[in-house]
Design a protein around this ligand. Structure first.
Ligand code: COA
Length: 173
């Protein structure tokens, strides 16, 4: 499954497409900041984030087509990093699973992380099921932890250990 997939760094050339995905209603509504991001704001974010050695901004491609975006932050070998992601809004079903599998193989392989942490807004049922499908454990629910546009949202916190990922052979074929 992963044969036709690759994972690579985000480049300047990706920025317009990445911004269109990030601003898409199906993605934006599950982010912690929900305003429409301008190209200037997006470029400023990229200029800073792409120079930060503790962060990795990545695109997953399948058959030379970008299928989604993943970022890791607080990276340190043997360390505990956070991830965030979105699939291309019009990507076919199954794109998310490929995105997640490629990203976690990268995280526990090349980046040598010990643990990846994710968090999802309680109403984001797809992301919650997605984390569980990839082998993440639900480690806690923080009630009314995030205020978005005046409304409080509970957050589901997930964790996946390197050793747990290594035993999930069915996702790494
Ligand atoms: C979460 C996301 C990456 C999943 O991508 P996807 O292409 O739909 O995922 P797949 O089709 O590969 O499905 C993978 C798993 O995700 C879960 N899933 C995907 N869509 C779902 C839905 N609508 N409802 C419930 N679970 C869903 C399922 O567990 C599924 O596994 P299964 O098909 O074996 O049951 C995608 O929906 C997305 O980009 N969402 C918007 C951005 C976002 O929420 N990012 C995460 C913020 S925490």
């Amino acid at each position: 499954m992963s044969d036709a997939c690759l994972i690579r760094k985000v480049t300047e050339q990706d920025l317009p497409v990445l911004l269109a995905w990030r601003n898409h209603a199906d993605i934006r509504r599950y982010m912690y900041t929900q305003h429409e991001i301008s190209l200037d704001e997006h470029r400023t974010w990229f200029a800073e984030a792409s120079q930060d050695p503790s962060r990795s901004l990545l695109i997953v491609e399948e058959a030379a087509q970008a299928i989604g975006y993943v970022q890791f932050s607080n990276i340190e070998a043997g360390g505990i990093a956070d991830w965030g992601f979105y699939a291309r809004p019009d990507a076919p079903k199954g794109a998310g699973r490929k995105l997640g599998t490629m990203a976690l193989s990268h995280a526990f392989g090349l980046l040598k992380l010990h643990k990846v942490c994710g968090k999802a807004i309680a109403s984001n049922h797809a992301s919650i099921a997605f984390h569980q499908r990839l082998g993440f454990q639900l480690e806690g629910v923080l009630r009314d932890q995030q205020r978005i546009e005046g409304a409080y949202h509970s957050l589901h916190f997930f964790g996946l250990l390197s050793a747990e990922w290594q035993t999930k052979g069915d996702l790494q074929e």
